[in-house]
Design a protein around this ligand. Structure first.
Ligand code: PLP
Length: 412
């Protein structure tokens, strides 16, 4: 067993042993939830300080979080917003997506990646994924480009980088913008480059299950000052910059509305959490990496379980550990396997139900399963297992034992 319990986990476990919401929601206290955030005393102290400061909305904590985040990624500008979806929306606005444009989006993603395209009355053109990584298939990207295509949104599935060299080359050739959906990708690298330093704008999510969490939150990063400025203005009603200061000593009562913007600003309460979570980002990653290594070893002797493919030229963030069932070797299907794991006390999830299988995308655009053969096929067998720093060594062993047990009972 290679996994050793990270130092932060012990703090969180003792703090949450009696009160974790996921525990209180379960009647069986031995149930291992799919995810629980790792919130330590540092985050609690930082949030309490912010509450006591009297400044709850966007302020100095948000500024600090933006500065720290840009430094961590190694980029020029970071704009904090209240969700990853908001970051994606503002990014598409900044690069000038308009009604009637087409934007290339993988079918293997969460609906947020495509719905933001629809906000502009533009068309999300879905493309298939690669079989091993579930990342966007660059060959299919090239096939789907038309004279109306304006941008590509690669999603770094599970925390593993897409083929960014290839995607950037396609984008340059066809004069397309690249907006990276890095909701899973912190900290992820392609070759030696940090995700957040490659595409035109990169969008992160701090939703509760994500690599670092502020409950709800997001960040758009870029090296282009004009886009950063546009995103900042549009994130707060399209009001001239530093509008958030208008109720401070330094601020002024005078402001001008430059565009019809949105209400996407992050609160200082959330940023107070984010600042502390970011400090732990590398430790969290190490803990997830160790769990992934333990799973890899634990499932190595099970031909019924295909382990995640790991590309040599990437640093995998291990946000998700997605197994693929060799269903032809089993007497139960994916739903049966998930239920059996639940009976063993292990919570799981599925990332993702491909967009083309959802009623909206199917009916609105006429997408068929056969249009996306790889995503349609792999979807039938994928299961995401728990992988988060608050897991103990026992928790990891429990998952391996549960998967082994379910396979053993249901082998053909
Ligand atoms: C791939 C992907 N993109 C975007 C999002 C949206 O992030 P948020 O929930 O912060 O809006 C998610 C969230 O689950 C996601 O998984």
């Amino acid at each position: 067993m290679q996994y050793t319990k990270p130092a932060t986990a012990s703090v969180s476990r003792s703090r949450y042993n009696k009160t974790r919401p996921s525990d209180t929601m379960q009647t069986d206290r031995d149930f291992l939830p799919f995810h629980t955030p790792d919130i330590g005393n540092e985050e609690i102290k930082s949030v309490v300080e912010t509450l006591r400061s009297g400044w709850l909305t966007t302020g100095n904590k948000v500024k600090t979080f933006e500065t720290d985040f840009a430094k961590y990624i190694g980029c020029q500008h970071a704009v904090a917003v209240n969700s990853g979806t908001a970051a994606l929306h503002l990014a598409l606005d900044a690069v000038g997506i308009k009604e009637g444009d087409e934007v290339i989006v993988p079918t293997m993603t969460f609906t947020a990646t495509a719905e933001v395209v629809l906000y502009f009355k533009a068309k999300p053109v879905l493309v298939d994924c690669e079989a091993g990584t579930f990342n966007i298939d660059p060959l299919d990207v090239e096939r789907k480009i038309t004279p109306k295509t304006r941008a590509i949104i690669p999603v770094h599935m599970a925390g593993q980088s897409c083929e960014m060299d290839w995607i950037m080359e396609i984008a340059r050739k066809h004069k397309l913008k690249v907006i990276e959906d890095a909701a899973h990708a912190l900290p992820t690298r392609f070759d030696d480059k940090m995700i957040g330093t490659i595409g035109d704008i990169t969008c992160f999510s701090f939703y509760v299950t994500k690599p670092i969490a502020t409950g709800e939150g997001g960040m758009a990063v870029t090296n282009n000052p004009d886009w950063a400025e546009r995103m900042r203005i549009m994130s707060l009603h399209g009001i001239s910059k530093d509008a958030w200061k208008r109720y401070t000593n330094e601020g002024s009562w005078f402001y001008e509305v430059l565009f019809p913007g949105y209400k996407y600003n992050l609160t200082d309460i959330a940023a107070a959490l984010g600042i502390e979570q970011l400090k732990k980002c590398d430790r969290f990653w190490q803990a997830r990496k160790q769990i992934a290594a333990a799973y890899d070893e634990g499932f190595a002797a099970l031909p019924e379980i295909q382990r995640p493919a790991c590309m040599p030229n990437t640093q995998h963030a291990w946000h998700l550990y997605i197994i693929q069932l060799a269903t032809e070797r089993l007497r139960i299907d994916r739903a049966g396997f998930i239920n059996a794991l639940k009976d063993e006390g292990v919570g799981t999830s599925v990332h993702f139900i491909p967009l083309h299988l959802h009623p909206y995308y199917r009916d609105m655009f006429g997408y068929q399963p056969a249009d996306f053969p790889t995503a349609s096929r792999v979807f039938e067998g994928i299961i995401s297992l728990p992988i988060y720093p608050a897991m103990s060594e026992q928790n990891v062993k429990k998952v391996i034992a549960a998967v082994t047990e379910v396979v053993g009972k249901n082998r053909r």
